[in-house]
Design a protein around this ligand. Sequence first.
Ligand code: NAP
Ligand code: GDD
Length: 325
Amino acid sequence: MSEAPRALITGVTGQDGSYLTELLLDRGYEVHGLVRRSATDNLQNLRPALARGVLNERLFLHFGDLREALGLHRLIQRIRPREVYNLGAQSDVALSFELPAVTTEINTVGTTLLLEAVREAAPQARFYQASSSEMFGRVRETPQRETTPFYPRSPYAASKVHGYWMTVNMRESWGLFACNGILFNHESPRRGERFVTRKIARGVADIARGRTKTLTLGNLDARRDWGYAPEYVEAMWRMLQCAEPDDYVIATGEAHSVRDFVEAAFAVVGLPWQDHVRLDERLRRPAEVDALLGDASKAKEKLGWAPTVRFEELVRRMVEGELNA
Ligand code: NAP
Ligand code: GDD
């Protein structure tokens, strides 16, 4: 192995994992990614990174799973990473109501096992935990900041609250350099297909190309603080370069409804959204998070981080991403 700084990323095949891989390769890292065995291709998001031709030179992929304690321990012992980014998760909030135990196993137990493996095998490593604005749930104040109390509204959110506190606890008990990034929703053309922004972008592109006539959605009134994923992985990296470990909210400070997103997406292709959007009660959740809005002042002050891609631009990039796919 080379003398370059080494990073381990769980969830490397996901939206954030793939962007973070590219960022770290650009900065001279040797990147190790944990990949789940799958029957069909789960390396699509990594294609741009793989196209650099550095596989098994500066980019290494290892089969594994967050629930496999010994495997995590062995991997970390072998790699001895300087930085560990825990992005792996069952990240689908709606699905977590159907799979609460699996969600808990991966997000809660998995995070605990990874932290334990770091403590045992690489205690000097810097650890990033992918915490979520979903933890604020039924919000106690607006905007939400690092000190806002949590009120999780789904099995996913509850699992992430546990991961958050395990990360804080490892820092306070064992002196691990462990940080929580409390990231608000962030999107891109690599967003998972079940999330609402990608579903809308794909639906609009399909309608514009005459492949279908309707887009079926659930709650149009929910409001989210939507940012652009490549900018959010930069914030993750900056957290681990600080002198002291800490927890940070990462957000744009601007909220829009799902209806706003729909309107803006149809505007990109010049079609009236009301002619195409249908509502289906079955897409509503047993408990909803009505509105999220983040205050990232601490990140701005301490990390020098600020978002630049705003809502309209984000929507345009996602719809164009689908039209060009
Ligand atoms: P994503 O696209 O859904 O990626 C999730 C990743 O986790 C995938 O690589 C997936 O592998 C992997 N994974 C799932 N189960 C695993 C297991 N048992 N063991 C190891 N890996 C497993 O998620 P994302 O949008 O990039 O988000 C990254 C992280 O940030 C997640 O933890 C998410 O909960 C959190 N987060 C996301 C947002 C957001 O708006 N995107 C906001 C706040 C927090 P496969 O490819 O094999 O499925
Ligand atoms: N997925 C989906 N599909 N959501 C819909 C739909 C639909 O057809 N119709 C309306 N929505 C609403 C949901 O009810 C929710 O209020 C909102 O759109 C956003 O849903 P998602 O895009 O699924 O994202 P999320 O906010 O629940 O969760 C995402 O962001 C979290 C950060 O706040 C995920 O990436 C989580 O992993 C992440 O932690």
